[in-house]
Design a binder for this molecule. Sequence first.
Ligand SMILES: C[C@H](O)[C@H](C)C(=O)SCCNC(=O)CCNC(=O)[C@H](O)C(C)(C)COP(=O)([O-])OP(=O)([O-])OC[C@H]1O[C@@H](n2cnc3c(N)ncnc32)[C@H](O)[C@@H]1OP(=O)([O-])[O-]
Length: 719
Amino acid sequence: MAQLSYVSGSVGLITLQNPPVNVLSAATRQGIMESMKKALNDPKVKSVVICGQNGVFCAGADIKEFGPNISGPSIVPLIYDIEVANKPVVAAIEGSALGGGLELALTCHYRIAHSKTRLGLPEVTLGLLPGAGGTQLLPRLIGIPASLELITTGRHITAAEALQLGLVDHVTQSDTVDSAVKFALSVEGEPLDSRRISKRPCPHLPDLDAVFEAVMQKVRQKFYGAIAPIACVQAVRAAATLPFSEGMKREQQLMSTLFTSGQARALQYSFFAQRAVGRWSMPSGASWNTSKARPVHRAAVLGLGTMGRGITVALAQAGVSVVAVEIQEKQLNEAREHVYATLERGAQQSGVSPSCANITYSHDIQAVADVDLVIEAVLEDLSLKEKVFQQLSAICKPGTLLCSNTSSLDLNCLASQTKNPELVVGMHFFAPAHVMKLLEVVYGSKSSPEAVATAMQLGKKMGKISVAVGNCRGFVGNRMLKPYIEQSYFLLEEGATPELVDKALEEFGFPMGVFRMSDLSGLDVGWRVRKEDGLAEPVGTSGQITRLRGGRRYSPLGDILCEHGRFGQKTGLGWYQYGRPGGRVAKSDPWVFNLLEEYRARLGLTARPIDQQEVLERCLYSLINEGLCILEEGFASSPEDIDVIYVFGYGWPKHRGGPMFYASMVGLATVLERLDHYYRSNPDVPSLKPCKLLRQLVASGSPPVHKWKEITKKIQNRL
Ligand SMILES: C[C@H](O)[C@H](C)C(=O)SCCNC(=O)CCNC(=O)[C@H](O)C(C)(C)COP(=O)([O-])OP(=O)([O-])OC[C@H]1O[C@@H](n2cnc3c(N)ncnc32)[C@H](O)[C@@H]1OP(=O)([O-])[O-]
């Protein structure tokens, strides 16, 4: 929907009306077309201003309309009618001008932006490219290098940067539409040829081939496996080498290869999944729109180790006043320096003044007495955390929310140590806590919906993507990681090497394979959890190795490495060698090969050839199966929750949507058939046994992901 009105005598004002962000739906495109025609044919109208309702210009094409049969006027001829118009057209840009929204502004003759506007061509983040001429117009306006950077990253830029680049003509602090109308009046009757960007030549670049070669190499590396960034480079190259109309044809051709691609579907699914997780619900029926969050003005962080420091930085950067508590003086001083340095660095990058003043440090737990919320981040030890929750419950003012950053311990145990278990929730951050976007908000059996709502809202304020999940062992992310790691160990026993397994997973798109990732996070972390679970038994001098725990197959390979002090990067030795403690570059280690050979020989295991497909099927399908169990048991309320957790917390390649979406793309029947196949030959590995929900989904015709919730409900009601 778009509406034409008349202002200041001779200006036609076209207002996009499609809340909340005025996307170019079929009706909006129709409205623009009709309004433009009317304005151009009306002799009283000497100039036109285009703006968006509710302080947002336009967030681009309507992603919800993407599919084989898009109705309504096509966007390209629509916006080029604007460029050829014989009356000046001024874009009044507020809020956001993204994708097709910026392309619309680029076909206007002038662009006036409010200082708080964000502009960009983020199509690549949706598996696409700017398909309404953005790859041809932007280089002609701001040059090739800047266009390549903006289009291959999809980065949103500020109005100030846009002015500097020449993308907008003027930036205003006051009413944007007023400014644009005044500007339009000032250019009425002026010649427009020089304002038609498509008519301009693309600025010459002396070392064109070298520039494109370098950018192509960079995007292939940085966005490993993603096809859209490559197509973006190819499209901009057309702008540099072809006349506009030929360049447009090339852009359309490349866009058509991306539009129907699996990657585009996965990335668009991820776009909406990120928004869907904010609409959380609990098995009790309580949810985001029935629960009121409490304001959090002052928060405390207890325990200033690696995680505590990151959480303190993230809170301060979100403008929350923080009480940072660490009982050990030395650790407290180190933390103070680390937090200060991190905030300083952040301030330099964002150009915003550092928020150090928001933080007070103390080594006395009494200092948390009057805060609204406490995040406990002490060592991952149940008895220690229980003591801390007893203390907090005694010290804190009534109503203070008590949150734990535990990554696997039972939240109900912590809550039972307090007077008000309804005020206890988990806030599981991911390292580094001031960088990683994901936050698992964990509700226990007594957590109140208000407590969950408050933690979810605080997470959003900290710039996190927060997902509400139930309190099972390892919550969602770590619980699914267990069968994934387990399978990788079994594959080593059967003949694989860490290199082969990691190669398969990295070619799939993970930034790091399971063994390199384990070396980074520290093998001793998992070892401690396996010991707590009574799984890791010392092999020691007896040399007796058993591969069964409670009737289930268990591989002690990881324990053996830890017994040799091989904790990964931190000791310089793990599944790979790193040259020195803290080394980052992984090199194959003959010691590991010898260990595997000796281990197999001692257990009478015969190595066999294992290919990448088997690695992917066993590691990913067992992880997916565990995810489906979590849905079945109600510890996650939707497949989107699981996919957002894996994409933003565990390095699952975004262009593959997440474990649940990937399973639907591969075909649930295939996942079921492969798991059945592996379970038949490994009956002592329960994580390979297909769960009820998987069988039910296949029996129901393998519906698309967004239909799983209703089938899951049916199963839960039967349970
Ligand atoms: C030809 C052309 O070249 C090509 C092909 C294209 O143009 S492709 C399209 C390119 N455009 C984009 O990539 C911009 C995507 N949007 C955003 O980045 C953000 O939305 C925002 C603009 C910065 C606002 O953020 P926000 O935090 O204030 O609100 P929100 O919660 O995100 O959004 C508010 C509501 O609007 C919905 N929404 C936002 N953008 C949308 C879009 N482009 N299409 C459909 N729905 C959209 C969103 O799902 C949510 O719905 P619901 O959850 O309430 O039901």
